[in-house]
Design a protein around this ligand. Structure first.
Ligand code: FE
Length: 336
């Protein structure tokens, strides 16, 4: 009997050694993530199987797969999306002293259902020939009558804009947030379309004077070696708004462990790896996102040069919780 148990134990140990793997569903779409997962496998021997798709597709897939889902870790950009996944019951709480100590409370869900691993600022991109620096340092300028016909933005249904509006709702109340959204719509130079980089390019092309972008899209163009990108950056500047007030809106890209994860131990290891200096450097050096872990040395002069801004200290889960109300305001404002 004892021998059988020992044999069973040995076989399960060797099975684990051979079969250690973790299945990741990720909506991040940045090339530098390949190296990130390769580094995890190198460090731990755990193989990463990754499925990349848009966030809605991943969530639909997880719902369809239910308890039989092979997914262990879900990685999404923006707290609004992670909070939505949690509200659907997809995520399990992860009790990790490592994550609790390394990830600032602002950047994780209070009950540890998900964690932010990189942060990004929602900044203003502008043509300094048409908009002053003082104007660009204020989200209110986008809704100011002086900007009539000069604003380019992506869809109001996109989580990046929903989360910015959610933060305003928390700080200023719903009525003021709605007045702002309506003001932005009144100032549009064209119908909302494209991603953040498209708004920066539209400003460079003279289609508009001011818009919103996540900081890493601007920094990517700034660090690009392509002459056409250098021309864009010559023409377009970036400003961190509201530093005199609540601070610039910051959001996260992050992830959590799925409630039905078949490889729970490996899932926690991967999440903890994402908080190591090595992983933080991939986010920062590879994709120009701010490190959320304190004291990580970054090899990215352009990112370091702008890291010293005053960020809004609002908890990202509190922002994510407002997403449905924010979407209703966007609808009423006509920010399609
Ligand atoms: Fe993005």
């Amino acid at each position: 009997m004892k021998k059988t148990i020992l044999a069973l134990l040995l076989s399960s140990v060797s099975f684990a050694a051979v079969a250690a793997e973790v299945n990741v569903y990720s909506s991040r779409h940045y090339a530098s993530d390949d190296q990130l997962y390769a580094a995890f496998t190198q460090a731990t021997g755990i193989k990463v199987n990754r499925i990349e798709a848009k966030d809605e597709e991943l969530v639909e897939r997880l719902k369809a797969e239910g308890a039989r889902s092979p997914a262990d870790v879900l990685i999404l950009a923006d707290a609004a999306r992670l909070q939505a996944a949690q509200d659907m019951g997809l995520l399990a709480a992860v009790d990790s002293p490592t994550l609790a100590s390394k990830i600032p409370a602002q950047f994780r869900e209070p009950n540890n259902h998900w964690f932010g691993f990189s942060s990004r600022a929602r900044v203003i991109a502008y043509d300094p020939g048409l908009v002053t620096e003082a104007q660009a340092k204020n989200y209110a300028t986008l809704a100011d009558a002086s900007m009539k016909g000069k604003v380019c933005v992506r869809s109001g249904a996109h989580p990046y804009n929903l989360s910015l509006l959610s933060a305003m709702m928390v700080h200023e109340g719903e009525a003021k947030a709605e007045a702002w959204a309506k003001g932005v719509v009144d100032n549009l130079a064209r119908k909302p379309k494209g991603g953040d980089t498209d708004q920066i390019r539209a400003i460079a092309a003279g289609d508009c004077a001011i818009g919103l972008t996540n900081s890493y899209y601007y920094l990517r163009l700034q660090r690009s070696e392509k002459p056409e990108d250098a021309k864009v950056i010559d023409r377009v500047k970036m400003a961190f708004p509201d530093m005199a007030g609540h601070g610039t809106h910051v959001n996260i890209s992050g992830g959590g462990m799925l409630a039905n994860a078949p490889h729970k131990a490996e899932a926690v290891k991967l999440l903890e790896f994402l908080a190591t200096d090595e992983a933080q450097q991939y986010f920062a050096n590879g994709n120009n996102e701010f490190s959320v872990v304190a004291g990580v040395k970054l090899d990215n002069p352009e990112l370091n040069a702008v890291s010293n801004f005053k960020a809004d200290p609002l908890n990202v889960a509190a922002i994510g919780a407002k997403r449905n109300a924010a979407a209703q305001i966007m609808d009423r404002a006509g920010w399609k």
